[in-house]
Design a protein around this ligand. Structure first.
Ligand SMILES: *[C@@H]1O[C@H](CO)[C@@H](O)[C@H](O)[C@H]1NC(C)=O
Ligand SMILES: *[C@@H]1O[C@H](CO)[C@@H](O)[C@H](O)[C@H]1NC(C)=O
Length: 337
């Protein structure tokens, strides 16, 4: 009877475990079917990592002004940052419409990343605006895509493109007609900038140049770099499962695809170790794929062992200074060949 008792005990312990394992297996096998049937469910898992709402940055020491542009039913928060030299003596806040009207201040539209990083944005502005080597003068326009920061609405790929087009055409209406417009993008912003450039060029508009700083590869790569479940499913599911569902929920940002299709002079800036730590930033692969389709593409890779995320939140002050100097020279040469 000891044997019978043991058998009973075994059953009591084993049943719940078997049931649990079976449930996990069913859930594992069923989730792709559920996600495939109801693609909107992806949004729940994906969008939370895209929709980050940082506060308006403190750029009080720069000569900036912010305003709103209406796009359909939503409003976009826009910043305009002007160099000191563009202002009349004694003025502190930039009257953006006055600077916009001057044709020799080229416009740089800045596309921020998923995690808009206020200190990085302000150091970027200072770097460009305080540089005597960038001879032609510069003014910077930045904005929050729908669903980010102070812009209302929900983030989607077509929405972000629509936002950029609105800002672009607003600039074309309000700036001097001969003013050049350049795009500068960081991380996810690269996906938005390149897709919009593709649209604008199709519409006969001109984007003078495109700078991609630590560019985002595509949404799937981003998801794979942050979730092992996605990595696992991506291995076992059929190849187009994620790309198709990302398309359906309108979040398939893809820098590589757009960049291969346009012929705007492009400068890619990345750090040697970017792709090791954040695989969504895979500048080398992006450049490799894009070069198969087009010529005018430069890539500068910074060698700086401590940096994990261009342009180096983890670098020392000295290293940072060196990087920014190199960065400026590259930009100056690129813009004034
Ligand atoms: C932007 O949003 C923040 C908080 O969400 C708010 O405090 C701030 O006033 C807003 N800025 C503008 C210009 O509306
Ligand atoms: C992005 O575009 C590249 C190049 O066209 C393609 O190989 C890749 O599969 C696309 N990624 C997604 C997630 O659609």
């Amino acid at each position: 009877s000891t044997a019978m008792k043991n058998e009973k005990l075994f059953m009591i312990l084993a049943y719940p475990i078997i049931i649990l394992v079976a449930l996990v297996a069913v859930a594992f096998l069923a989730s792709p079917i559920v996600l495939y049937t109801f693609p909107q469910m992806h949004k729940f898992f994906i969008a939370h990592s895209l929709m980050i709402t940082p506060p308006i940055e403190d750029i009080a020491d720069l000569h900036s002004g912010s305003f709103f542009i209406s796009v359909g039913s939503s409003t976009l928060a826009v910043w305009h940052i002007a160099p000191k030299i563009a202002l009349e003596a004694g003025q502190h806040k930039a009257p953006f419409w006055k600077v916009l009207g001057k044709k020799d201040y080229r416009i740089v539209m800045y596309f921020h990343s998923r995690e808009r990083d206020p200190p990085m944005f302000s150091s970027f502005c200072r770097m460009l605006l305080n540089d005597k080597r960038v001879e032609d003068r510069i003014q910077i326009i930045s904005f929050d895509y729908k669903g980010f920061g102070n812009s209302s609405g929900e983030t989607t790929q077509s929405g972000a493109i629509e936002d950029t087009l609105s800002v672009y055409y607003w600039l074309r209406r309000n700036a001097h007609p001969e003013t050049e417009i350049h795009f500068w993008s960081h991380g996810l912003g690269a996906g938005i900038a390149s897709a919009t450039a593709q649209r604008l060029i199709t519409d006969g508009e001109e984007v003078k140049s495109l700078v991609l700083e630590a560019p985002f590869y595509d949404t799937l790569t981003m998801l794979k770099s942050s979730s092992w479940i996605v990595r696992l499913y991506d291995k076992i599911l059929y190849k187009s499962f994620f790309p198709e569902s990302l398309k359906i929920i309108d979040l398939n940002f893809n820098t590589t695809m757009s960049i291969s299709k346009i012929d705007v002079p492009t400068l890619v800036l990345s750090g040697e170790h970017d792709d090791k730590f954040k695989t969504e930033i895979n500048a080398r692969e992006l450049v490799r794929v894009a070069r198969r389709h087009r010529d005018f593409l430069f890539h500068i890779e910074w060698r700086c062992p401590k940096i994990t995320h261009w342009p180096g939140q983890q670098a020392s002050n000295d290293e940072m200074k060196q990087i920014l100097n190199g960065f400026r020279s590259a930009t100056a040469i690129f813009w004034n060949p």
